[in-house]
Design a protein around this ligand. Structure first.
Ligand code: SF4
Length: 695
């Protein structure tokens, strides 16, 4: 922390919200007077979106959790001391483990946790609890692209190049990514590019596109296959690149041959001529990028869809070349780092696999245990939540940095599973919908009150810095894990509470893994070095790896893989009962489950309630008028929202933002069917009907 001339404390840190991690300077000595300003950090270059500008309001939210809460026998949550709360949690955990075994206790983490927290949470679950039952909300965010990226390139880093490389782009395909609303400062890097946008809605990003492809929700996979078909037939693929740098093209090309443009048009609704124009734009420019986002990934065939877009990029010869590439736009603030250090069901730190004997031996060595002491892989997020309270499922759940009561699909069912638990513990800084259901609530620090590291969407490791001291009775998540672990009989020294100390251990645990942080230190980050992983420890300071794959991909033969995309049977739902497609997503002023942004007056006043965006003709057919209340109903449940007419919508599609809770929660109607490879739920397509609701 430095002092500016006026004497006020000041730190350079990063925005608390999304994975762009815009650079900010915070100034002020007390929470109510903190001011934020953008820095010249390369991804935001002096800009912030509305969420970044208003982030200090999070520090003074009126219902901030400021002391532990324990539910009394009469059902009321009431204040308690830290020793009382932690003793109660540890005692109950011990009982449940003794009665039902270690997997009776589960852990649910978050993609917003710092690297240090995510790392210690994974270690705590596997050692202190001995459970295999840990996963996190990033499963609902990045998992499909991560599986596809690992399969294609041998490594998963959202953007394998710095964001600023996009400034050289001539054409950028944005498939299911509305960056003008979700990451507005990113748009400055796309100013010189022709944008080809794939989105069922005419989003703010689509409005700035040279070409907008507006498919039926859930048809992105045939669309990507059709684009590849055209690229092959029109001889726009890079045969030298395919021969020298890839394998598996022939099988994928055979599959694409079945998706001629007119067939794709009949399935997606995108005119064949528009598809051809898209390929012409992508293949004509020397500097072309293909970027995917949640719109094409949050489906039960999300992995195959992401793979199909990667196949297209490979066929055009883009990944691993200067000034071109493929990337996936990570969403949550630490969505990248949060999926690298062990809070995933199948993972050890450094993006190592929990089933790899060498990885187990390495991490066990760092942790001072035997490899056989580490549990195996557990259930993925939705499956884990669905198993809560069942005979063969966990009896207790510890939640850190997540609000699954709102963010999980079929949320009324998940709320029921949460209520069936013997013990629900939530660590958060606001009383989220999940926290309000808990037996014990533990108040923890937030962004401007804590030190640590985050890893941005471009794989750059960043320092989060504290400006303020937290309220007196608030502790860091690291303290909470330490306090519980010691009460569960773990050695005191195994759970450091200083972020720097945790990071030092994370470095060693990640050493030699795909996401190798061993050459990164707080000192190097604090000196201003731009360090992208992998950054191994070598004799001399390693410069990090801003651009992956320029010489080789991460598979043993150094070649990228084309992967055949599997077409999955569509979810069968009655089209006569539910004739519309509902898709969900974000709006500019809000973030994820809205637990934070609904508490920021300047954001919530802009979009204070959920809405359904619908074409005027569709609304008329359903007996709806602009601003009336409507019920959006699927076979899972109904959401109550206000109608917003929008003539740019497809007449067969409606859109509902997912930031709201209670009756307005979009996830009341979403489908929990899962991608078999990634565990991603079918968030983006639900069969629904609309009905007028009198006020
Ligand atoms: Fe924060 Fe993301 Fe907005 Fe930047 S784009 S200010 S990181 S929410």
């Amino acid at each position: 922390m430095s002092e500016e001339p006026a004497g006020l404390p000041q730190v350079e840190t990063h925005c608390p919200y999304c994975a762009l991690q815009c650079g900010t300077r915070l100034t002020g000595g007390e929470a109510a007077a903190v001011e934020v300003a953008p820095t010249g950090f390369p991804v935001n270059r002096g800009k912030l979106c509305r969420k970044g500008w208003t982030a200090p309001q999070l520090l003074t939210t009126t219902d901030r959790l400021t002391r532990p809460l324990v539910r009394r026998p009469d059902g009321e949550l009431t204040g308690a001391s830290w020793p009382t709360a932690l003793d109660a949690v540890a005692a109950r955990l011990r009982e449940l483990r003794a009665e039902h075994g270690p997997d009776a206790v589960a852990v649910f983490g978050g993609g917003g946790l710092t690297n240090e927290k995510a790392y210690l949470l994974g270690k705590f679950a596997r050692l202190a609890l001995g459970t295999s039952q840990i996963d996190y909300n990033g499963r609902f965010c990045m998992s499909s692209a991560a599986v596809a990226g690992n399969a294609a390139f041998g490594i998963d880093r959202g953007l394998p190049f710095p964001v600023t490389d996009l400034r050289q782009a001539r054409t950028v395909l944005l498939a299911g990514a509305n960056v003008a609303e979700t990451m507005p400062p990113l748009m400055q890097h796309l100013e010189s590019a022709d944008l080809v946008v794939v989105d069922p809605r005419r989003t703010a990003t689509a409005q700035r596109a040279a070409l907008h492809l507006q498919p039926v929700p859930g048809t992105d996979l045939p669309l990507a296959l059709g684009l590849l078909h055209i690229a092959i037939v029109d001889a726009r693929i890079d045969r030298d690149y395919i021969r020298l740098r890839t394998q598996g093209f022939e099988a994928v090309a055979r599959q694409a041959m079945a998706w001629w443009p007119e067939r794709v048009e009949s399935v997606t609704g995108v005119p064949a001529e528009t598809l051809r124009e898209a390929v012409r734009l992508l293949a004509a420019a020397p500097n072309t990028y293909v970027l995917t986002g949640r719109g094409v990934e949050q489906h039960r065939q999300g992995t195959d869809t992401a793979a199909a877009f990667i196949n297209l990029a490979l066929a055009l010869g883009l990944p691993g070349t200067p000034h071109s590439g493929y990337g996936c736009l990570t969403g949550q603030g630490n969505g990248q780092g949060g999926r690298e250090h062990g809070q995933k069901a199948d993972q050890l730190p450094g993006y190592r696999s929990l089933t790899d004997p060498a990885a187990r031996a390495h991490v066990a060595g760092v942790w001072g245990v035997r490899p056989q002491d580490l549990p195996g892989p557990g259930r993925t997020a939705y499956t884990l939540l669905d198993a809560l309270g069942r005979d063969d499922g966990p009896r207790a759940l510890l939640v850190f940095g997540s609000n699954p009561a709102v963010s999980a699909p079929h949320s009324s069912h998940i709320a029921q599973r949460l209520r069936s638990l013997d013990l629900l513990v939530v660590a958060d800084f606001v009383p989220s919908e999940t926290a309000r259901m808990a037996d014990v609530v533990l108040p923890v620090t937030q962004w401007a009150e804590e030190e640590g590291t985050m890893t941005s969407l471009e794989g750059r490791v960043l320092r989060r810095r504290a400006l303020l001291k937290p309220p007196a009775q608030v502790r860091s998540d690291l303290d909470v894990l330490h306090g519980l672990a010691v009460r569960l009989g773990e050695p005191f020294h195994r759970y450091p509470t200083e972020p720097r100390e945790v990071f030092e251990e994370l470095r060693r645990a990640s050493q030699g893994g795909p996401a190798d942080y061993s050459g990164i230190s707080y000192e190097r980050l604090d000196s201003g070095e731009a360090l992208h992983w992998p950054c191994p420890e070598t004799g001399t300071p390693h410069p990090g790896t801003p651009r992956l794959f320029l010489e080789r991909f991460a598979h043993p033969d150094h070649r990228a893989r084309f992967t055949e995309a599997q077409q999955h049977e569509p979810v069968r739902e009655s089209r006569s009962e539910y004739p519309l497609h509902a898709t969900t997503g974000r709006v500019l002023p809000h973030y994820q489950s809205g637990a934070q942004t609904r508490r920021v007056a300047d954001l919530n006043d802009t979009v204070p309630e959920a809405f359904v965006q619908v074409h005027p003709d569709t609304a008329k057919r359903c007996g709806l008028a602009d601003r009336c209340l409507a019920r959006v109903t699927s076979a899972r449940g109904s959401t109550t929202v206000r109608v917003t007419l929008d003539p740019t919508m497809r007449t067969d599609t409606v859109f509902v933002p997912f930031h709201f809770a209670g009756d307005a929660s979009a996830n009341l109607f979403t489908h929990p069917t899962l991608d078999p490879r990634s565990g991603m739920p079918e968030f983006k397509t639900s069969a629904v009907r609309l009905e007028f609701l009198p006020e």
